[in-house]
Design a protein around this ligand. Structure first.
Ligand code: S5P
Length: 258
C-alpha cells in the first residue's frame, strides 16, 4: 500500500495534493463533521479540534445565524490550525443550476470551500457545471459513490457509472464518499462518514463503522466523524482519540507500526 505522502506527487489536483500534505504533516486522517447549528458553536468546535484534523466538514445551510464573518472566522481557523474546509453540499441538479448554487446565492461556496461533493444522479453535466466554477479556483470535488445510511441506492450499476464519471474528470474529481476503497487508483482519495469508536446505528438509518474497520479493513483514507466528537463532553479529547485510532489503523495497514 502506498503512503499518503507517496500519493501526493501522483495527484493532479492541487487541493488533493494539499490535503495529503496536511494528512502527512499533522499525522491525522480525521475529518470532523461539525454539524452544529449556530455560528458561535461552529467557531468554537473548529478552534477546539482544529489541531487534530486535516479537514473540517460543514453543512453551512444549517447555521441559523450565518453571515459573511463566519467564513472569515473559519478561514482564520483553517490557517491557524492548518486544515482544509469541505462543504458537504451534496449537489444533485443539472450543470447550469449547480453552477449557480456553487458559485452564487448567499453562501458563495466555491469561494471558501476547498472541497465539495455531488451526487452522480444527473449524469456528467453536474461535474461540468461545478468544474466550470471550481477548477479555476483550484477546488476539488468528491462524488458520492456510496452512502453510509441503511437502504442507500448508490450501489451496483449506479456506483459503477459514478466511478467512470470520476475517471473521466480526474483534474477536478479528487475522490469519493464511500464506506470503502472502490478503485485501485491512488490519486482518488476515499472519505468515509458513519464512523464511531463503536459500530452501531442511530435512529434515522445512519450506520456506524469503527476507524479500524474503515481504514485498515476497508482501505479508505479519511474518516469523517460528527456526533462521535461534537456531542462528546470534551470534543478535543474525543477528537484526539479518533485521530489516534485512525492513524494507528493507517500505520497498521502499512505494517510499519512502531
Ligand atoms: O453517506 C453519507 C455521506 C455523508 S457526507 N453519510 C453521512 O453521514 N454523511 C455526512 O457525514 C452527514 O451529512 C453528516 O454530516 C456526517 C455524519 O455525521 P455523524 O454525526 O453521523 O457522524
Amino acid at each position: 500500500m502506498l503512503t499518503y505522502s507517496a500519493r501526493i506527487r501522483l495527484c493532479q489536483n492541487p487541493i488533493a495534493k494539499k490535503l495529503l500534505e496536511i494528512v502527512e504533516l499533522k499525522k491525522t486522517n480525521l475529518c470532523v463533521a461539525a454539524d452544529v447549528t449556530t455560528k458561535a458553536e461552529l467557531i468554537k468546535i473548529a478552534d477546539e479540534i482544529g489541531s487534530h484534523i486535516c479537514l473540517l466538514k460543514t453543512h453551512i445551510d444549517i447555521i441559523v445565524d450565518f453571515d459573511a464573518d463566519l467564513i472569515i472566522q473559519l478561514q482564520r481557523l483553517a490557517k491557524k490550525h492548518n486544515f482544509l474546509i469541505f462543504e458537504d453540499r451534496k449537489f444533485a441538479d443539472i450543470g447550469n443550476t449547480v453552477a449557480h448554487q456553487y458559485g452564487g446565492g448567499i453562501y458563495h461556496i466555491a469561494d471558501w470551500a476547498h472541497i465539495t461533493n455531488a451526487h452522480a444522479v444527473p449524469g456528467p453535466g453536474i461535474i461540468a457545471g461545478l468544474k466550470k466554477i471550481g477548477l479555476p479556483k483550484n477546488n476539488g470535488l468528491l462524488l458520492i459513490a456510496e452512502m453510509s445510511s441503511e437502504g442507500a441506492l448508490a450501489a451496483g450499476d449506479y456506483q459503477n457509472a459514478t466511478l467512470k464519471m470520476a475517471e473521466a474528470n480526474q483534474d477536478f474529481v479528487i475522490g469519493f464518499i464511500t464506506t470503502k476503497k472502490l478503485l485501485n487508483n491512488p490519486t482518488f482519495i476515499n472519505f468515509t462518514p458513519g464512523v464511531k469508536l463503536e459500530s452501531g446505528f442511530d435512529t434515522l438509518g445512519q450506520q456506524y463503522l469503527t476507524p479500524e474497520k474503515v481504514i485498515y479493513e476497508n482501505k479508505s483514507d479519511i474518516i469523517i466523524v460528527g456526533r462521535g466528537i461534537y456531542e462528546a463532553e470534551n470534543p478535543k479529547v474525543q477528537a484526539e482519540k479518533y485521530r489516534t485510532a485512525g492513524w494507528n489503523a493507517y500505520e497498521k495497514s502499512l505494517e510499519i507500526k512502531s
